[in-house]
Design a protein around this ligand. Structure first.
Ligand code: NAG
Ligand code: NAG
Ligand code: NAG
Ligand code: NAG
Ligand code: ZN
Ligand code: ZN
Length: 318
């Protein structure tokens, strides 16, 4: 198993909008309840020093938006609470990716978006932003151009080889929570949605046997280098092909039928399976591959943007 996960998120085909210095996926101290404290940042703009900006920097770093040159840290604002040039640039890129007004200030819409729970897979890897770079143009079957979409891939377009279309999956959790018992039915429905628009089939196998994909609940630091963060913020993550790992954060409030403060297991499964197959994040809010989802929301049906993404990688459906 690959120790360095290929969280290498891809990018637009033709236009690379953003270039960052190789972001190191360094995870510093886990931020508990990261953005309960974000509200005070509302209205913050460049030059200001406000408590909580350090945590925001950690967040934007984690998702690929911010990296400081590896200098003596006392020469940069990497470890303080100042809204410096780098942070302003990162906020602008974030705003662009999330279809917000690009101001570089922490206006209320931006603060609101930052507080929505999200997937742990970064939006930008190795300097390449996936989400917005693409007014991607594709040839469709009839060879006419100009389909505009926003799906994306991992940076090296990792995908399953042609010999792998009948994938197996198994469950294994290091954290036992009550919804573990629902995983089988939830994931079988989630896999079926992708099977419908692709050549893939998915079959569950017993926990002890080898499988292409492994799904389970884990909490905090669970040994893959991408520690979960307790309640809120990061919900789950999955690795690019052909790694096959898909982890739910066991500390969230999971449900098969979400009400107040509850996250929908199946919506998140459909999203993470997209990563397992090679898709990155999309800037289309209605797409399954959009990175964030609020509690109480169910979003289980693939959007045409998702289907186009998978078909771009593997060819059109049956
Ligand atoms: C970033 O790019 C370098 C060079 O292309 C590659 O070796 C490395 O694996 C990439 N990192 C990630 C996280 O994809
Ligand atoms: C970093 O810079 C500060 C101030 O210029 C200096 O006091 C410190 O010794 C430097 N640290 C390193 C590791 O170079
Ligand atoms: C997947 O399974 C089907 C049905 O058993 C078979 O026809 C097909 O060749 C398999 N595909 C691959 C790539 O092994
Ligand atoms: C999880 O549920 C508890 C009890 O209802 C609630 O206090 C908490 O805020 C919820 N957590 C999240 C992240 O919504
Ligand atoms: Zn994701
Ligand atoms: Zn994990």
């Amino acid at each position: 198993m690959n120790i360095f996960p290929k969280f290498s998120l891809f990018l637009g085909f033709f236009i690379l909008l953003f270039h960052f210095i190789l972001p190191q996926l360094v995870l510093s101290r886990p931020v508990k309840q990261p953005f309960k404290s974000l509200q005070p940042l509302e209205g913050c703009h460049k030059g200001q020093m406000v408590k909580g900006l350090y945590e925001l920097k950690q967040y934007l770093k984690k998702f690929g938006y911010l990296s400081y040159p590896q200098l003596n840290n006392s020469l940069t604002h990497a470890n303080d609470d100042e809204l410096d040039d780098q942070l302003e640039a990162a906020v602008k890129t974030y705003q662009l990716n999330y279809n917000l007004k690009v101001t570089g200030t922490l206006d209320s819409q931006t603060v609101k978006q930052l507080m929505v729970p999200r997937c742990g897979v970064p939006d930008i890897i190795n300097g390449t932003s996936s989400m917005r770079s693409g007014k991607k143009r594709h040839h469709d079957g009839s060879n006419t151009l100009h389909t505009v979409s926003h799906f994306s891939f991992f940076s090296n377009m990792e995908k399953w080889p042609d010999s792998k279309r009948n994938l197996t999956y198994r469950f294994h959790s290091s954290a036992q929570i009550s919804v573990v018992q629902d995983l089988q039915s939830v994931c079988s429905k989630a896999f079926a949605r992708w099977a419908q628009v692709s050549h893939f089939t998915f079959k569950e196998v017993a926990e002890g046997t080898t499988a292409d994909i492994e799904i389970g609940f884990h909490r905090g630091d669970h040994g893959d280098g991408y520690a979960f963060d307790g309640q809120g913020s990061t919900l789950a993550h999955a690795f690019a092909p052909t790694d096959g790992r898909f982890h739910y954060d066991a500390d969230e409030n999971w449900s098969t039928n979400p009400g107040q403060n509850m996250m929908d297991l199946e919506s998140v499964a459909v999203h993470e399976i997209g990563h397992l197959l090679g898709l990155g994040h999309s800037s289309v809010q209605e797409a399954i591959m959009y990175s964030s989802i609020s509690s109480e929301v169910t979003k289980r049906d693939l959007h045409s943007d998702d289907a186009m993404g998978i078909q771009y990688l593997y060819g059109s459906s049956k």
